[in-house]
Design a protein around this ligand. Structure first.
Ligand code: FMN
Length: 214
């Protein structure tokens, strides 16, 4: 039997269709470190370019950290103040640093033969060392966008809601949370918590308008 047929399509589509940006949360709800770790672990099943997983997260949940974030979050104060946490998603431009670790671990866990690893690590290193800074940055941003989406959907499956936030001080956020701003590029903030309202419906362009079949 095709494995796909064992998935519950309706349940999955329900998560997709029910996700909406939520900007007001129940302030009394905290998400435990264990549960947040589970959500992030599932979300990081996201694909990434040559599996380098360049996403990095800062979970901002303490009152002090939230106050610091609020000063950088422009018109998004309410999400910062009322959410259980805000996950700041960054992309690590030095993603090659993790190449050896990721591929060695795959061998150790029986996911890949040693000789395939050696060959892949060599070719990825040469491929990526020839890529431009902008090309690397684009790739890191694409991968980090994919994991961000997966965080939002995973959160929904856990009974939480989210809001992706791009309106914040991108040139100040890394340093505010003790990261090297030349290495870690801000991708987006994701507020997460128990919804206090239903958000808004929003229109989607019809598929016929945005798609060409050749
Ligand atoms: C990259 C990105 C940045 C966004 N920035 C903000 C933001 O700064 N503030 C906000 O309230 N919503 C923000 N949004 C949420 C969008 O407004 C929202 O996703 C869109 O209107 C569709 O609504 P929905 O998420 O409820 O489906 C952002 C969404 C994305 C993907």
């Amino acid at each position: 039997m095709n494995q796909a047929s064992t998935y519950n399509k309706e349940a999955f589509l329900q998560v997709l269709h029910d996700r909406r940006s939520i900007r007001r949360y129940d302030e009394s709800v905290k998400i435990s470190k264990e549960e947040m770790t589970e959500i992030l672990a599932s979300a990081t099943k996201a694909p990434s370019s040559v599996n380098l997983q360049p996403w990095r997260f800062v979970v901002i949940e303490s009152p002090e950290a939230k106050a610091k974030l609020a000063s950088l979050a422009w018109f998004n104060q309410r999400q910062v103040e009322t959410s259980s946490a805000v996950i700041a998603v960054f992309g690590d431009l030095q993603n090659l640093n993790y190449l050896e670790e990721i591929y060695s671990k795959a061998v150790e866990l029986g996911m890949m033969p040693q000789d395939v690893k050696e060959q892949q690590v060599t070719s990825i290193r040469s491929l990526l060392s020839g890529i431009s800074e902008q090309g690397n940055r684009d790739s890191v941003m694409i991968d980090s966008g994919l994991v961000s989406m997966q965080i939002m959907l995973t959160a929904k499956a856990y009974g939480y809601d989210t809001n992706p936030i791009g309106g914040f001080e991108k040139d100040k956020i890394a340093e505010a949370f003790d990261l090297d701003k030349n290495r870690y590029v801000p991708v987006m903030l994701l507020s997460i918590g128990k919804a206090l309202d239903n958000g808004h419906q929003s229109y989607r362009l019809p598929v016929e308008q945005i798609t060409e079949w050749k």
